[in-house]
Design a protein around this ligand. Structure first.
Ligand SMILES: NC(=O)c1ccc[n+]([C@@H]2O[C@H](COP(=O)([O-])OP(=O)(O)OC[C@H]3O[C@@H](n4cnc5c(N)ncnc54)[C@H](O)[C@@H]3O)[C@@H](O)[C@H]2O)c1
Ligand SMILES: Nc1ncnc2c1ncn2[C@@H]1O[C@H](COP(=O)(O)OP(=O)(O)OP(=O)(O)O)[C@@H](O)[C@H]1O
Length: 278
């Protein structure tokens, strides 16, 4: 079999490491070339590489929760990813651990025979500085711009412009821009709408605004500008992890990223998945 697979197991999770070891055995028996991530290498005893080096593989398997899949997606760009759910919520990971061996070996065989497997593209967002030159890692869930901290005394004034036209401006904890994928995450706890995965759109939602406007749904090609002022410090954050400190007054431009995430394998039923949310 002429297929190259990368496997990332959630760090310090023995169950994820044991499943990674079984997948390595099964795939190597079929003749595939397999590497695991550096953090998992010691436990599995096979070739280990940094996750970013898996971008050149045919398939990357993420074993863990949503956070692990978001991390893998950040590192491997648009390399096809299969998510196996060992997490608390696992909204982004469709495959149950018991099905993992069967699904992964079947996908590898299909890749070997046909060179391709069915995939779903998940849009990502890109945030850049308007006057200063910085770009966050693309977000699969959301970009958040917020003041120095959440809650009383921690907010900022944030203006929202949609294709150059003012939609809202208010003192708020912050403002978030979510993809359909991210609509079930932070967006939902801030009162934003659920977005069906087939509805190509972006959501802009204020977070605890004093003069609030409803969350706004816009088409994906929209240019969204967030202007943050009346605060000492502010941050732009991609998927809760990759952050840029801002020097207010500052403008952040949010738009669709060039590279989508490519998810492969069985697709989770969106409505069944909602039962997992609190
Ligand atoms: N108040 C909130 O709801 C809140 C606060 C901070 C971050 N978050 C979310 O956490 C994400 C980062 O995830 P993490 O695991 O690195 O951090 P984390 O460990 O703080 O996890 C946050 C929770 O969000 C869930 N989650 C992540 N993406 C999801 C999605 N698309 N749909 C449904 N649930 C999802 C995770 O399973 C986890 O339970 C951010 O992108 C943001 O959406 C939510
Ligand atoms: N193999 C790994 N190598 C390096 N970092 C990792 C690895 N696995 C996970 N991480 C780090 O841990 C974070 C995600 O783990 P997290 O504890 O949030 O678990 P999770 O996958 O969301 O599962 P759960 O739902 O159980 O919380 C990633 O953002 C990344 O920083």
């Amino acid at each position: 079999m002429d297929v190259a697979v990368g496997i990332v197991a959630q760090r310090d999770n023995e169950r994820a490491q044991a499943l990674a070891a079984s997948l390595v055995d099964a795939l190597e028996r079929e003749g595939a070339s397999v590497v695991v991530d550096d953090a998992t290498g010691g436990a599995v005893g096979t070739s280990a590489v940094p996750v970013a080096a898996m971008a050149s593989r045919d398939l990357v398997v993420s074993i863990g929760g949503d956070g692990t899949l978001l991390f893998v997606a950040r590192e491997v760009g648009s390399t096809p990813i299969l998510g196996i759910n060992l997490g608390e919520v696992g909204f982004l990971n469709a495959v149950a651990p018991d099905d993992a061996l069967g699904v992964v070996t079947e996908l590898a065989a299909e890749l070997d025979e046909t060179g391709t497997v069915a995939e779903r593209e998940l849009a990502r967002l890109r945030a850049t500085g308007v006057e200063t030159d910085w770009t966050l890692e693309p977000a699969l869930n959301e970009i958040v711009v917020h003041g120095p901290r959440r809650g009383s005394g921690g907010g900022a004034t944030v203006g929202i412009d949609i294709d150059g036209q003012r939609y809202a401006e208010s003192h708020a904890d912050g403002v978030l821009v979510a993809t359909p994928t991210g609509s079930t995450a932070y967006n939902l706890s801030e009162g934003g709408p659920l977005v069906h995965p087939s509805a190509e759109s972006l959501v802009v939602a204020q977070m605890a605004a004093t003069e609030s406007m409803p969350p706004l749904v816009v088409e994906p090609e929209t240019e969204i500008t967030l202007t943050v002022s009346e605060t000492e410090a502010a941050y732009a954050i991609s998927d809760g992890r990759n952050r840029q400190r801002l020097d207010p007054p500052a403008e952040v431009s949010v738009s669709l990223a060039n590279e989508a995430v490519r998810l492969v394998g069985p697709q989770a039923n969106f409505f069944d998945g909602l039962d997992k949310l609190e």
